[in-house]
Write a protein that binds this ligand. Structure first.
Ligand SMILES: *Cc1c(COP(=O)(O)O)cnc(C)c1O
Length: 411
């Protein structure tokens, strides 16, 4: 007869075999998903080409002010960097008359030269479908929840301040595209001062998030001022920045900036990465500097059709993020902002993605899936793991779909 020890060993091996089959299934898929690290050589070649087109040097490339000043926003220049058809060029020009576009030379170097469906291209280059104009300019209702200039309040204890309309690169799926306009406008000091006054007068606010636009497009001095002013308000316990700059313009993150930021703890930064192709050695360096300055990093992705609406892509994204010490925080359902209907997925797609992450990969790599209804705050949606219940028990299912009964202790 099989001994108890043998039985345990046999059960363990059988279980492990099933788990290996899951692992194998993923590892077959993973090879087909491009990552910034794997594309390093192509990106380097693209960079050299862009430097030639812009008649610039390696030193220019490393200078973030050069990156920002030389954002690509003309279709003629783009046409020298990518292989664009005449139709694509005409479409981009036509959309640009309505919604502006701009991309740093660095972020442009991540774009595939030939593939129209490159995830960076789909996020950054205007699509003719934007002119279908479905959706609402202020889908999240920020303008009805703004008790002070540039400040949005949805919650008892935390607010956001829109510090600028400037970004290093303008995402097509931007929820604040209504504010992007035709020109860069930093928020006026007097509006910031009014927003800070509001926070000073409302002692329940313990968490303030500077968003945008992108606050890291400012000079060190201005970021220092914004954080110093918050630091003077006693009831503000934590500060946050929402920034895509470490991803779209990693040259911005240097030791001088990080030394300054480190004076303002507790400070948290959330970035936005939507596809593993966005994580390169430059992103890794930028995030490493921020982490070493003691800043916990999180990621907020937006679920985008044709870009990351795939559980395997999202799993690789989580892995690439964890490797550079960025914790996946949220996946947002794409809002019905004007002109982006073609990038939206059904809500179920996000739930399915979370379901395929939980258990299949590190809990650290499982973000919450969030819907943001107009002015009502964030609503998390999750897969349903409770199948039913009865007196003294629940019927649950685990991550791989095994249904089981669980004793529910009495109250
Ligand atoms: C997202 C957001 C916050 C922060 O929400 P958390 O869930 O705490 O990250 C706060 N205020 C507004 C207006 C927001 O949009």
């Amino acid at each position: 007869m099989e001994s108890l020890e043998d039985r345990k060993q046999r059960a363990s091996l059988e279980k492990a075999e099933t788990l290996n089959a899951y692992a194998q299934e993923f590892s077959d898929m993973r090879e087909q998903i491009p990552t910034g690290f794997r594309a390093a050589e192509v990106i380097e070649a693209n960079k050299k080409r862009i430097l030639r087109v812009l008649d610039a040097t390696e030193a220019d490339w490393q200078d973030w002010t050069w990156q920002l000043r030389n954002r690509i926003s003309e279709v003629e220049v783009l046409g020298q960097i990518l292989n664009l058809s005449e139709q694509e060029k005409a479409d981009i020009s036509q959309v640009a008359a309505k919604f502006r576009w701009a991309i740093t030379p660095y972020f442009a170097s991540l774009m595939d030269r030939d593939d129209k469906n490159c995830p960076i291209r789909l996020q950054m280059l205007p699509s003719i479908r934007e002119l279908e104009m479905t959706g609402r300019p202020d889908f999240s209702g920020e303008e009805y929840t703004s008790p002070a200039p540039k400040l949005v309040r949805w919650y008892p204890d935390r607010v956001t301040i829109n510090s600028t309309n400037i970004c290093a690169a303008f995402c097509r799926h931007c929820l604040r595209r209504r504010l992007i306009g035709e020109t860069d406008i930093p928020t006026r000091d007097e509006d910031i001062v009014k927003a800070l006054d509001y926070i000073r007068q409302n002692k329940g606010i313990r968490d303030v998030l500077y968003t945008g636009g992108d606050p890291l497009t400012f000079s060190d001095e201005r970021v220092d001022w914004l954080l110093t002013e918050l630091g003077k308000i006693e009831h503000v316990e934590i500060k946050r920045l929402g920034s895509r700059v470490p991803i779209t313009m990693p040259q911005r993150i240097d030791s001088k900036l990080c030394d300054m930021l480190a004076k303002h703890h507790p400070l948290y930064i959330n970035v936005q990465v939507n596809h593993p192709k966005e994580i390169t050695k430059d992103t890794a360096r930028a995030c490493d500097l921020l982490s070493k300055a003691g800043i916990p990093l999180g990621n907020q992705s937006v679920l985008l059709k044709g870009i990351n609406d795939d559980p395997h892509v999202m799993k690789v994204l989580s892995h690439e993020l964890l490797k550079i010490r960025v914790r996946p925080y949220y996946i947002y359902h794409c809002q019905g902002t004007i002109g982006i209907a073609h990038l939206r997925t059904p809500v179920e797609t996000g739930i399915e993605i979370v379901e395929q992450l939980r258990g299949f990969t590190s809990g650290l790599g499982v973000p919450s899936y969030i819907i943001t209804p107009s002015g009502l705050g964030k609503t998390p949606l999750a897969p349903q793991y409770q199948v039913s219940e009865g007196p003294g028990y629940l019927v649950l299912r685990n991550w791989e779909g095994i249904v089981y009964k669980y004793e529910n202790p009495p109250s």
